[in-house]
Write a protein that binds this ligand. Structure first.
Ligand SMILES: [Zn+2]
Length: 416
């Protein structure tokens, strides 16, 4: 979700300047005016420095405070555009503290916290936003989404019902609403189990022993995948929803070959279409794969190119065993491997099952090569660069000194 940031126009200070006289007052006003000038040139950091200095003097403090608040908000907006949500949220929070009657920095902070998966902090900001300005539909909609992310579907519904009542023409919200309540109809009587890092919802039929195994798999993924990325631990709780095969299909509306998915919550069936529990190794592979997506999203704040995301999830959840290696050799010797560029915009569901299988295995081989040849540190750098909004070709060149075409040649050489 992107935030529409409505900044109030910065107040210019001509009349204000004319009313001050003493040297001390002039210094404070000068700082304020220098801040306005920097702001107008888009130098928000510099502007903040000036406005802060203008706070110690006789300049109209109400004006200075509002200017400082605007500068923090504009800098936050700029940082968020670059994908730096940590920096962005710091400035949005500063703006909210400066102007407590202003709803807009609270909504801004709420949206950034959601991007950082800090759902509880997002809820706190957004609840405050609708207290400051009840009826602001963007804030209510976003708060509904934050509740949804927290798996509090009934609170989410209350917010969204209100928004849709006020403005029925919100197609994106309608879609999200329908998805949430398709899920709710399946998950209504699910039990919940909370561990330190995960909140797991599951149908009551799941045997206790299997549930305990699943929690063990998740806790281990938390430690091992976090360590693989050099110490990346998303804030708790990560929501995990377990289903049987029919419930999974109903709740997620996906094709039969989708084994599990992550859409902000990890969703995975534990049984096959015949009702048999899946082997524990298979459950481990699927949950670990999805947990890699959680960590990748936490690093990038969004979605990296498809082959990077899926290639990482595969590399860290399964080995390139003899069967997969054989399939890759066949592909690179006799078949038509896809270009990496074409694997960037791939949307699951648009390809047929075989093409998807090939896309996964190629992505696996490519990331496996980058990971084993150049190490995990470089991969983290790549994800961070993509998270800052760098395009993948530039990011690969910066981090690996390689182009996509160069990497394609290396992978082909491995299997050709
Ligand atoms: Zn995946």
């Amino acid at each position: 979700m992107t935030l529409i940031c409505r900044l109030t126009t910065l107040i210019l200070l001509a009349a204000f300047t004319a009313t001050v006289a003493t040297a001390e007052k002039t210094a404070s006003v000068d700082f304020n005016n220098a801040g306005v000038q920097a702001y107008n040139q888009g130098e928000y950091d510099t502007a903040i420095g000036y406005f802060e200095r203008a706070q110690k003097g006789d300049a109209d403090q109400e004006v200075v405070r509002r200017n400082l608040c605007n500068a923090h908000q504009s800098l936050a907006n700029e940082l968020a555009k670059k994908g730096d949500y940590h920096g962005a949220v710091h400035h949005a929070d500063s703006a909210a503290t400066l102007d407590q009657k202003n709803m807009s920095p609270l909504v801004q902070a709420g949206s950034y916290y959601l991007r950082l998966d800090e759902v509880n902090l997002a809820i706190e900001r957004l609840e405050k936003a609708i207290t400051v300005k009840p009826g602001e539909l963007t804030a209510h909609e976003m708060l509904g989404y934050a509740y949804y992310r927290d798996n509090d579907l009934s609170s989410a519904r209350a917010q969204w019902d209100y928004v849709l009542e006020m403005d029925p023409k919100r197609p994106e919200l309608r879609e999200r609403y329908d998805k949430a309540f398709r899920e709710q109809s399946v998950e209504n009587d699910f039990d919940r189990y909370k561990s330190r890092h995960f909140q797991v919802s599951y149908p009551p039929e799941i045997p206790n022993e299997l549930r305990a195994q699943v929690i063990g798999i998740l806790d281990r993924a938390y430690v091992e995948i976090g360590r693989d990325f050099g110490g990346v631990y998303p804030p708790p709780p990560v929501h995990v929803i377990l289903y049987d095969a029919k419930q999974f299909a109903e709740a997620t509306n996906t094709a039969a070959y989708v084994g599990a998915l992550y859409d902000g919550k990890i969703r995975s069936p534990l049984a096959d279409a015949n009702g048999n529990w899946l082997p524990v190794d298979e459950i481990r592979r699927r949950l670990t794969h999805e947990y890699v997506h959680v960590v990748v999203k936490h690093i990038t704040g969004g979605e990296p190119p498809w082959w990077v995301n899926e290639g990482l999830a595969e590399t860290l959840s399964r080995t390139l065993d003899a069967d997969r290696t054989k399939a890759l050799q066949k592909l690179y010797r006799e078949g038509t491997p896809a270009t990496l560029a074409s694997l960037e915009s791939t949307r699951i569901g648009k390809l047929d099952k075989d093409a998807i299988g090939q896309a996964y295995i190629q992505s696996h081989a490519t990331v496996d090569l980058l990971w084993s040849r150049y190490g995990k540190g470089k991969m983290v750098l790549l994800l961070e660069a993509v998270g800052r909004g760098e395009n993948i070709e530039d990011a690969l060149r910066d981090v690996y000194r390689k182009t996509r075409a160069g990497i394609e040649v290396d992978v082909a050489r491995n299997y050709g």
